[in-house]
Design a protein around this ligand. Structure first.
Ligand code: NAD
Length: 305
């Protein structure tokens, strides 16, 4: 079927710029599309900075960097960017209305053979496919953050995704030197179905006074060899994002075990969203992810571990 050469990436935020970076580095022609021109400018600056970091580590040369940057063209209009695409990877805001609207447009604009993938963390691939006339060519391609560093791609088969399309996306992931894992389309897929209940349970442990922030994270870091405790990880993911994914699990399974902890709901309502705005289970220096101190609760020197 398709030979994948031209790839459009929709959304140039945290994930979109990382996906464009990796595709361009491995020689694909990338149309990076965002409704926001400043977001596109910021994405190119981030990609340049991250390519420089790879050069400093000896992983890339200046020539590789120039080639990669030349492989990326930016667009603010979806119709300009997707016409030539053999594959579109959508990485726009995690909002079901936005995504369904984008996929309706893509279905109308793209050639019949074009594969349409979504990087969604939690929205049903089968639901996305239902607004198109090409359900066999709709698939989840869930990269992890930061994309240039993390090896996993969770490849999600919707109810009607074909074997051929799944194979092409598994194969592309390997060409990007990632490790793809095929999963079926149920709420949270595998990554978030397992991760989010763990984070929620850590928040419940704090809420019920079992232990403080630093103590909970230290137990999981030193006891389970996790590189980062669940509360700090929740801050990095974004507490609003964690809450939304837990709601998807709760609604999707109808099982009370996924009900978000009231403390998480309160923190999001109060505007404490984690590292992105400096306040979560920890506090962060403005504009950075450097952890300053565990917020409120019980502060212990274990933070420095
Ligand atoms: P983000 O907010 O950083 O970026 C989203 C971008 O999409 C913004 O630049 C916005 O302007 C753009 N956008 C919104 N509507 C658009 C439209 N109609 N057309 C084109 N561009 C549009 O979000 P993100 O963190 O990069 O997340 C993107 C997707 O990746 C989401 O589905 C999210 O669930 C998923 N994801 C995120 C992470 C993560 O750690 N951030 C990890 C895995 C998957």
């Amino acid at each position: 079927m398709n030979i994948i050469k031209n790839i459009a990436v929709i959304g140039s935020g945290t994930m979109g710029n990382g996906i464009a970076h990796v595709l361009a580095q491995f020689g694909y022609q990338v149309a990076l599309i965002d409704i926001s021109a400043p977001a596109l400018e910021k994405a190119l600056a981030t990609i340049t900075k991250n390519l420089d970091r790879q050069i400093a580590k000896g992983a890339l040369t200046e020539t590789d960097k120039t080639k990669a940057l030349n492989n990326i063209k930016t667009h603010t209009k979806i119709e300009e960017g997707v016409k030539q695409a053999d594959l579109v990877i959508e990485a726009a805001t995690e909002n079901v209305t936005i995504k369904l609207d984008i996929f309706k447009q893509l279905d109308a604009l793209c050639a019949p053979n074009t594969i349409l993938a979504s990087n969604t963390s939690s929205i049903s691939i089968t639901k996305i496919a239902s607004v198109t006339k090409r359900a066999d060519k709709i698939i989840g391609m869930h990269f992890m953050n930061p994309v240039p560093v993390m090896k996993l791609v969770e490849v999600i088969r919707g109810y009607s995704t074909s074997d051929e399309v799944t194979m092409l996306i598994m194969d592309l992931s390997k060409k990007l030197e990632k490790i793809p894992v095929e999963v079926n389309d149920y709420p949270g897929f595998v990554a978030n179905r397992i991760l989010m209940p763990m984070i929620n349970e850590a928040i419940y442990s704090l809420y019920e006074g079992v232990a403080g922030v630093a103590e909970i994270d230290t137990v999981m870091k030193l006891g389970m060899a996790h590189p980062m405790g669940p509360l700090q990880l929740a801050d990095f993911i974004g507490l609003d994002v964690c809450l939304n994914i837990l709601k998807v699990l709760h609604d999707g399974f109808g099982n009370p075990k996924y009900a978000p902890c009231p403390l998480l709901v309160n923190m999001v309502t109060a505007g404490h969203l984690g590292a992105k705005n400096g306040k979560g289970f920890y506090e962060y220096s403005p504009g950075s992810k450097d952890l300053v101190v565990a917020a409120g609760f019980r502060k212990k020197e274990a933070l420095s571990l």
